[in-house]
Design a protein around this ligand. Structure first.
Ligand SMILES: [Zn+2]
Length: 433
């Protein structure tokens, strides 16, 4: 349906207001408008409201199908992905996940093992229409010496298809070994990565955060935290990160993931935290599928009573940048998932109520994570930009989000890609006990 090369006009495409900056059209109450989209040599050369465009004989009529920019997935763990068959989570709890993953990492994460699982994940993400992806990399010694070179090679291999970024991942107690952490920050900087830690309410949290910020400032690194992935109302490390950013005068980008406990805290505490998060210009990513899976899981004989996600509506209302992302896929932290950002958006719509009105929530899987990841022009559709978009069957939100859209067309630099999901059997030999 999409021509292989040259110039073509897609007529009657349905575009969303939140993802088409500069496109003036009579948008409907769902935020959609019909348009003609012209592609020349891999770039979008014009987007014109349908009523204003002249009928053209050679146009391809898309009959009102939704076209979205390619997705940006800003929080994943493709170094952990797909280990489930050999290392499941015994009880589905967070501690079960932590212990199982740690044991698997120590025993099995050779460069070859990590590389093959990463490549499998990236092929899925690419086929589903993702254009840029940030992964965390477990960087507990000696894993950092194995995984960072694999990441650098993988980024090279995927250049032009998926823009790959990485952030180091370790519990903040690891920062206490100052000399080692300085070395890690240097390694991350050499790989043009992002500095990341998991924050817990340890007694010396503020001091350790200062060290993290000092290293980020020294090397000019952006920051990426896992914070408060718990129902414990005493977990307020999101606020501590905002405070540390303010008193360190940090100027880089900061992304904070999870922040689950915030949803359980009293209103006054919440307001104070949100004030500080907005003032410090933190961005927050919610991981709705993982949170639904891990949070409020007790002994598996009780029914979960909360959804596990953080307060994205309240954050967005204050101008805080908010995103949703995949997080884990088929590992002890989440038994499912395939790095399909349409699935993430569909689940987020249901879990977080991204609807009635939809407003500008679609930015949370495209334009906003692109900004956080400093990817100029990604996550939007505009004249002059690269023709990277997805053509769906759905013509409305209810059509788009009710079916898996397995037959979506992914267009990269103007051409429809071959959408081949890798076969699970490829990984069988890595899963043998
Ligand atoms: Zn994560």
């Amino acid at each position: 349906m999409i021509p292989i090369s040259g110039s073509y006009r897609l007529a009657n495409v349905r575009l969303h207001r939140s993802l088409t900056p500069g496109f003036a059209a009579p948008f409907d109450s769902d935020g959609f408008a019909l348009a003609d989209l012209v592609v020349t040599d891999g770039r979008i050369t014009s987007i014109v409201a349908q009523a204003k465009s002249k009928p053209e004989d050679n146009a391809i009529d898309l009959a009102g199908r939704i076209v979205l920019p390619c997705f940006v997935d800003c929080h994943t763990h493709i170094d952990k992905g797909h280990i489930w068959p050999r290392k499941p989570n015994p009880d589905g709890t967070f501690m079960g996940a932590l212990n199982a993953t740690g044991a698997d990492r120590t025993a099995r994460w050779s460069a070859e093992d990590v590389a093959r699982r990463m490549d499998f994940s990236l092929r899925s993400a690419y086929a589903h229409g993702t254009k840029a992806l940030r992964t965390h990399l477990d960087s507990v010694p000696p894993q950092e010496e194995i995984s960072w070179p694999v990441f650098e090679a993988m980024r090279e291999k995927w250049r032009g298809r998926i823009e790959l970024q990485a952030a180091c991942l370790l519990g903040i107690e690891g920062v206490r070994d100052k000399a080692w952490f300085e070395q890690l920050a240097k390694r991350v900087a050499a790989a043009k990565g992002v500095l990341g830690v998991v924050t817990y309410m340890v007694p010396d949290l503020e001091e350790l955060l200062d060290q993290v910020f000092a290293e980020a400032i020294k090397h000019g690194l952006d920051l990426d935290f896992h914070a408060d992935e718990t129902d414990d109302v005493a977990a307020v490390s999101l606020k501590k990160i905002a405070e540390a950013s303010l008193w360190n005068g940090f100027e880089g980008n900061i992304l904070v993931g999870h922040c689950c406990s915030l949803a359980r805290q009293p209103d006054l505490e919440v307001l104070d935290t949100l004030d500080k998060v907005a003032k410090a210009r933190l961005a927050v990513v919610s991981l709705p599928m993982c949170n639904l899976y891990l949070q409020d899981r007790r002994n598996n004989q009780t029914t979960p009573r909360w959804r596990g996600v953080t307060l994205l509506h309240e954050m967005k209302a204050r101008g805080i940048k908010v995103a949703v992302a995949s997080d884990n896929t088929r590992d002890p932290f989440y038994a499912y998932g395939d790095l399909d950002m349409l699935e993430v958006y569909r689940m987020a719509t249901r879990i977080l109520h991204f609807d009635h009105p939809v407003g500008d929530w679609p930015k949370a899987v495209a334009a906003t994570p692109a900004e956080v990841m400093r990817l100029d022009g990604a996550g939007t559709l505009a004249a002059g930009g690269s023709a990277d978009f997805i053509v769906f069957k759905g013509r409305s939100w209810t059509e788009l989000l009710s079916r898996p859209e397995s037959d979506r067309i992914v267009v990269r630099e103007g051409m429809a890609i071959e959408r081949q999901l890798p076969d699970y059997a490829e990984l069988d030999e890595l899963m043998v006990g």
